[in-house]
Design a protein around this ligand. Structure first.
Ligand code: SF4
Length: 506
């Protein structure tokens, strides 16, 4: 179990805390064994024997600061200030679009994200940027009167060592609202998910109610992103209400997390830090169970949630009803989908859940790319070991690549497997698949595959995208990709990590 230390101004990075890696290849069972999760060898991550490969270069990816944009920057009634050069704000455009779609789908008033930048320039790098930060906080207060202000750092402010914590404390006192410093310099961690943890650390430390007057025994924190509202209808059957956090929550909804009866997450990659922090510091139990993917995972997840919230009878009735309801539809889908081959390219715990759903639908998954791997989650509880749950209950994945969203490796995996379709979360990779004639299902709504409706939703989506197969095949006859014939002739996506000298050969 990793200790979540709220006395510190920032979360420890994933690699320090959990032993996270971003580069590896082998089988899923080898990775599970090497991670040593169930054997507690990883424990706090520091003793973990799992070693990652190192490549000679990386293509562009995402950084922690962008994850702060998509978490703290998506809290309603709050403003995020990026204490950074303006280039760090390039992804505001995409996050604004996603935020607006999410608000619409949850029935909230549609509005733009409220993110400002201190727009640091060369002279600020020499003389310091804190005066600009003060001015920006005052501007933001003047314009928006927010209930909280988050201040995210950047590589630039990390290099010059601006004391953002002191300014945040100064303005918390002056304005009477939480001004929350978030240490999310891109170079601080090799994987962007550390940015989730930094946002959640700031929220736990500065926003969650320290001494809640009451417990809301029917309230469950659901850690998620912008997905459609699938948890509330499901948990209603157990007489439970949902407190969706962090994205699109209000500041008050974040504050009431300490009053809830339990915490769950749509994906352990996202929820590990906040769930553990709420349990360690506020006594809100996290549901230590497999994720709610596939019939098996959803059954186990619901039973554990019911145990924690004392609703076992209601859960059993609901489970029985849902099995009866979903069974015939699943049979119909299995008949149509069995024999197909899919490939997954998403974040890690999410990928484990999706593979389980595909296999329940009778679809073969022989290869996958996950964008990082956490050998252990913060609870250290083997019941949350999502990779072992996949391997033990649904079988191995023979070609399991950990790659921090590297298109050059993705090309080789696609060529090796030539799947009938791919499921992808970071859509920038999808056009490469289309160029090879492979249709892609971009999982814009990340809740699509959750719960008992998940396999049905996903099965129907796959049938839909297979209809685009001919278009992708036609496309592949007329376009090419940007890689050399030499690279395209490789069969091992990790060949450069194993033989870095190859890059210099003719
Ligand atoms: S914080 Fe660093 S890595 Fe992230 S966008 Fe800014 S400069 Fe790039």
């Amino acid at each position: 179990m990793a200790r979540i230390n709220l006395d510190n101004s920032a979360a420890e990075s994933r690699e320090q805390r959990l032993g996270t890696i971003v580069y590896w290849d082998g089988t899923a069972s080898e990775l599970s064994e090497l991670s040593g999760y169930s054997k507690k060898r990883c424990g706090d991550g520091r003793g973990c024997p799992l070693k990652e490969r190192k490549g000679p270069f990386t293509q562009p990816s995402v950084c922690s600061e962008q994850m702060v944009e998509c978490q703290a920057g998506n809290v309603r009634e709050a403003v995020l200030i990026q204490h950074a050069p303006i280039g760090c704000s390039a992804s505001q455009i995409i996050y604004n679009m996603i935020f607006r779609i999410g608000l619409e789908s949850r029935g909230h008033k549609v509005e733009n994200i409220k993110i400002a930048s201190t727009n640091l320039t060369e002279s600020d790098m020499v003389f310091g940027g804190l005066e600009k930060l003060r001015l920006t906080i005052e501007d933001v207060w003047e314009h928006y009167r927010p209930k909280a202000i988050f201040v995210g750092t950047s590589c630039a402010t990390g290099i010059i060592g601006d004391d953002v914590d002191s300014v945040a404390e100064e303005y918390s006192g002056k304005l009477g609202i939480p001004v929350v410093p978030l240490s999310c310099e891109g170079f601080r961690s090799k994987h962007w998910s550390t940015g989730f943890d930094q946002s959640q650390h700031g929220i736990l430390k500065h926003i969650v109610k320290k001494n809640p007057e009451k417990r809301q025994e029917d309230l469950v924190n659901v850690i998620n992103l912008w997905g459609s509202d699938v948890f509330a209808p499901m948990l209603k059957n157990l007489n439970l209400r949902v407190n969706y956090v962090v994205d699109m929550a209000t500041v008050d909804e974040l504050a009431q997390m300490s009053e809830a009866a339990a915490t769950v997450a749509f994906c352990n990659t996202l929820g590990t830090y906040l769930s553990e922090g709420l349990e360690q510091h506020f006594g809100v139990p996290q549901v230590r169970a497999p994720q709610p993917y596939g019939i098996r995972g959803t059954d186990e997840w619901l039973r554990e949630l019911a145990r924690v919230t004392h609703r076992e009878e209601l859960a059993e009735e609901f489970i029985a009803r849902e099995h009866a309801r979903i069974g015939p539809e699943l049979e119909r889908l299995r008949e149509r989908l069995s024999g197909l081959q899919g490939l997954i390219a998403t974040g890690s715990a999410y990928a484990h859940g999706l593979i389980e759903v595909l296999r329940e639908l009778g679809i073969a998954v022989n290869g996958s790319i996950v964008f990082h791997h956490d050998p252990v989650y913060d609870s250290g509880d083997p019941r949350q070991d999502t990779l072992a749950h996949l391997v033990d209950n649904y079988g191995d994945v023979g070609d399991f690549v950990v790659s921090i969203r590297q298109p050059f490796q993705f090309l080789i995996s696609l060529q090796n497997h030539n799947p009938d379709f791919i499921l992808i979360r970071h859509n920038g990779l999808a056009p490469l698949a289309s160029r090879l004639g492979i249709p892609a299902a971009p999982l814009g709504d990340e809740h699509l595959a959750i719960g008992y409706d998940g396999p049905v939703n996903l099965g129907n989506l796959i049938l839909e995208i297979l209809e685009r197969g001919k278009f992708c095949k036609d496309l592949s006859r007329h376009v090419t990709h940007q890689y050399t014939d030499w690279w395209a002739s490789q069969t091992d996506p990790g060949v450069l990590a194993k033989n870095p000298g190859l890059i210099w050969e003719d």
